[in-house]
Design a protein around this ligand. Structure first.
Ligand SMILES: C[S@@+](CC[C@H](N)C(=O)[O-])C[C@H]1O[C@@H](n2cnc3c(N)ncnc32)[C@H](O)[C@@H]1O
Length: 203
């Protein structure tokens, strides 16, 4: 029986995709993914853009995956805030096969020559983090979004009277990649890309 391959693409540039994931993607007959991903990566199968609300895409996968080897593309790593959790609500363990990728946060930590084994790793993308977490860690790595970006994190740190350096990684691994550092004592003077992760290093 065909399993649905859930493939982690890494941060965005195909150089950062694992070889086994690249091979699986080339073998897939039907590939579900975001527009940017379907345009960027090398594949031979039919491309199907993932739609919001996601249940339409789920229904489409349900009616096709048994006949055509199906792959679902997710950004970064499959195990870190990806579409995998939603797929698990609709398909059994036996129906899914996962190929990991490099997370956007892993990539930023590597660019900063920093380890993350003692860091708080999480997300403010559509969720909130307890104030206590900001006080409990020396280093944090966070996914962000349009509503909760570097500026909002800076405001939060100031409100909690914490001083730190924010390392901001925008469009990581793309030609437009920008990694900048700003301290809580400085003012943010520009807007950041919505494709952005932040590492916070407390003083
Ligand atoms: C739905 S989450 C997916 C996270 C992904 N599974 C991972 O491991 O990186 C989307 C968030 O990932 C981050 N992200 C993904 N790719 C990125 C990139 N190339 N540059 C900066 N941030 C990225 C952004 O914070 C974005 O809002």
């Amino acid at each position: 029986m065909n399993k649905i391959w859930v493939i982690g693409l890494g941060p965005g540039h195909p150089d950062y995709m694992l070889p086994i994931a690249k091979r699986k993607l080339l073998q897939a007959k039907r590939v579900y993914g975001g527009k940017r991903h379907l345009e960027t990566y090398n594949m031979k199968g039919d491309k199907v853009q993932i739609k919001i609300p996601l249940f339409e895409t789920i229904e489409d996968i349900k009616s096709n995956y048994r006949l055509n080897q199906t792959a679902v593309l997710v950004s970064g790593d499959t195990g870190f805030y990806s579409f995998l959790e939603m797929l698990k609500e609709h398909f059994s363990e036996d129906e899914l096969e996962t190929y990991p990728g490099i997370s956007s946060l892993q990539y930023l930590f590597s660019k900063l020559n920093m380890s993350y084994h003692n860091a708080y790793i999480g997300s403010v993308h559509g969720r909130a983090i307890d104030d206590e977490e900001f006080r409990n860690y020396n280093i944090m790595g966070l996914l962000t979004d349009k509503k909760q970006g570097p500026k909002e994190l800076m405001d939060k740190l100031r409100k909690l009277d914490l001083s730190a350096t924010l390392f901001i990684g925008e469009n990581l691994s793309y030609s437009t990649e920008k990694i900048t550092a700003i301290h809580t004592s400085e003012e943010i003077e520009r807007t950041y890309s919505s494709l952005c992760v932040v590492v916070i290093k407390f003083d």
